[in-house]
Ligand binder design. Structure first.
Ligand code: NAD
Ligand code: TYD
Length: 337
């Protein structure tokens, strides 16, 4: 599969994926469809905008006519859907847009992919669709879906739609469910870049509740490699869990960040907990490892060191986002394309 439609490719994981693919697959053409919401940022695609194998198009995944036109124009063979509203806290304060983008948007893409006979549809999902774990156990692909937040409920609804389209129209669909990602270009509303940004500016680090919530952290480039594996070697109709084998409490992660920056733990401030906060996520990724021969290659120590280094060196990227300046950058650089 050479001509690939990537949605949400100006976001955190999507932009890392586009950069990886352009570098490693010289025969691939990537059409990158992104609405450029608050989370989409063309600075994430720095150095890629003039690549003739990368076509950026500012569009909404809910616009079926535009999606179908792109599929025809670029003879698209595979579609990878990264586009989403992705932040749990925002889904609690304003769930509606999560339904529009994550559910209606996925439905629109599925209809277009079906009507245009796309060879493979890959839905980028999340381990959060499985709900929350206690102290023991891990999510497998057989774990029933039991989402707790409006974000995870919208992602679970999308997963059900993907499965329904595969079943009803015999479409070739695959779903990936990954644990928490970290790395360069992550929007500083998510825990790791938020804590990094605050620590760099000597601001308090807001830890929800007791800070003993557990996430399984995976370096973003390992996730991108896994997605490519599933697209190219995964079996039709299958779900693949992707994880880092790297469970840490939020406080453990925050202490590592503070230590690396030489900042005091007195910056830690316990604040009111997130409503309905999932206690623990842990992924059993043995299917990916055994069947597709994928495994994480970057240890947490290496990955967090690279991430911290990147955010320090790319302070302008961070301040542009925090001050909302990147819209100006977009308008002056790309608006007439
Ligand atoms: P992100 O918020 O950084 O990026 C989302 C991108 O989608 C942005 O570029 C945004 O402009 C675009 N977008 C939003 N609504 C759109 C619409 N209606 N039409 C077109 N584009 C739209 O998100 P991310 O962290 O890169 O996550 C990407 C995908 O991976 C999501 O589907 C998310 O659910 C999933 N995921 C994320 C993580 C994580 O830890 N970040 C873990 C597992 C799965
Ligand atoms: P987040 O990055 O929002 O990812 P998710 O909720 O999808 O796992 O949060 C990761 C963990 O960090 C989660 O347990 C909530 C916690 N957290 C804080 O304690 N403080 C914060 O300011 C944020 C954004 C998250």
């Amino acid at each position: 599969m050479k001509n690939i439609l990537v949605t949400g490719g100006a976001g955190f994981i999507g932009s890392n994926f586009v950069r990886m693919l352009l570098a490693q697959e010289p025969d691939c053409l990537i059409v990158n469809l992104d609405k450029l919401t608050y989370a989409g940022n063309l600075e994430n695609l720095a150095g890629l905008m003039d690549n003739p194998r990368h076509k950026f198009v500012k569009t909404d995944i809910c616009d079926g006519t535009a999606v179908e036109k792109l599929i025809d124009e670029y003879k698209i063979e595979a579609l990878i859907n990264f586009a989403a509203e992705s932040h749990v806290d925002r889904s609690i304060t304003g769930p509606k847009i999560f339904i529009e983008t994550n559910v209606t948007g996925t439905l629109t893409l599925l209809q277009a992919a079906r009507d245009k006979n796309i060879k493979r549809f890959l839905q980028v999902s999340t381990d959060e669709v499985y709900g929350s774990l206690g102290d023991d156990g891990m999510f497998t692909e057989q774990t029933p879906l039991a989402p707790n937040s409006p974000y995870s409920a919208s992602k679970a609804a999308a997963d059900h739609l993907v499965a329904a389209f595969a079943h009803t129209w015999n479409m070739d669909c695959v779903i990936t469910r990954c644990s928490n990602n970290y790395g360069h270009y992550q929007f500083p509303e998510k825990m790791i870049p938020l804590m990094l940004n605050n620590a760099l500016n000597d601001k308090a680090l807001p830890v929800y509740g007791d800070g003993l919530y557990v996430r399984d952290w995976l370096y973003v480039e390992d996730h991108c490699r896994a997605i490519w594996k599933v697209l190219t070697a995964g079996k039709k109709g299958e779900v693949y869990n992707i994880g880092g084998c790297n469970e840490k409490t939020n406080l453990e992660v925050i202490r590592i960040i503070l230590k690396s920056l030489g900042k005091s733990e007195s910056l830690i401030k316990h604040v009111k907990d997130r409503p309905g906060h999932d206690r623990r996520y842990a992924i059993d990724a043995s299917k990916m490892m055994n069947q597709l021969k994928w495994k994480p290659t970057v240890t947490f120590e290496e990955g967090i060191a690279k991430t911290i280094d990147w955010y320090i060196k790319n302070e302008k990227w961070l301040t542009n986002i925090v001050s909302g300046n990147y819209r100006k950058y977009y308008d002056s650089t790309y608006s007439n394309r």
